[in-house]
Design a protein around this ligand. Sequence first.
Ligand code: SF4
Length: 308
Amino acid sequence: MICDFCYRHCDVLPERLGFCGRREIRDGTLADAGYGEVVAFAVDPVEKKPLYHFLPGTRTVSIAMAGCNFACDFCQNWQIAQERFLRGDFLSPESVVRYAREHHHPSVSYTYSEPLVWQDYMLETAALARREGLRNIMVSNGGFSKEALARIVPMIDAYNIDLKGDETFYSTICHGSLAPVLDGLDALISAGAHVEVTTMLIEGIHTEQMVESLGTMLMDIGAQVWHLSRFFPQYRMIGRQATSEGFLEHALEVARHCGVPFVYPGNSSLVAETRCPACGSVVRTASGQTVPGGVCLHCGTHIYGVWS
Ligand code: SF4
């Protein structure tokens, strides 16, 4: 049976799992091999997703089940994302939403591993969260299928999507593909969703030209916020050096030159404040204090984002 949860469209065979390790045939239909078995639960500052232009200063209830539709050699969450048979304790969508409500957190985040591969659980939780007045955040590698986009776009309020590298990078290091990610980003931005993009830079692999080319792609589809973060050795790249602050600083200059309005460092001690693109005034300090309503106090320019 063909799974349409992501761009891979795996043909899932009886008594086998799809590429992600989550989808199986049960009672003649496709189902999640461990529905609701949450392997990570935390309350994070929303800036940790990272989202700098969405409800800044708030905390978000963050959950994950195991699995991913990519297999990146540098995976920073490989213990849960790349583990194909990891089981967890059952946590119902109702209890996730109840927890967020009782602790006055305004959003639920589907994050850490790849929510696309457990999207039935994500969508059920998101529907309940929305009914309770909460927002929904998805942190994803962006390897959507068209069918998944049609289901997800109406339910999720904000996204952080990875744009990892060029096609060669995707095929050789991520065992994935660039095209569905670009199509997905384009579709989300065109639909008016709040979107921030992250690229983790690996010194010695990402080049100035690659950063430039990614910046051009982002400008073409109208992306507003781009986080460039430092790589730290993990998983199959445990032997590499961490990306230096100097390399990141230069990449940030290149990225800003491309014209993406808001560019930020991640996993770094570099300052990550927000400046008004029109007059240059600080509208969000590095500690997260933001001007009321997301409007520049100096020149009145509306800053991209969801501020309350
Ligand atoms: S979610 Fe993606 S990787 Fe997993 S079975 Fe479905 S199509 Fe395959």
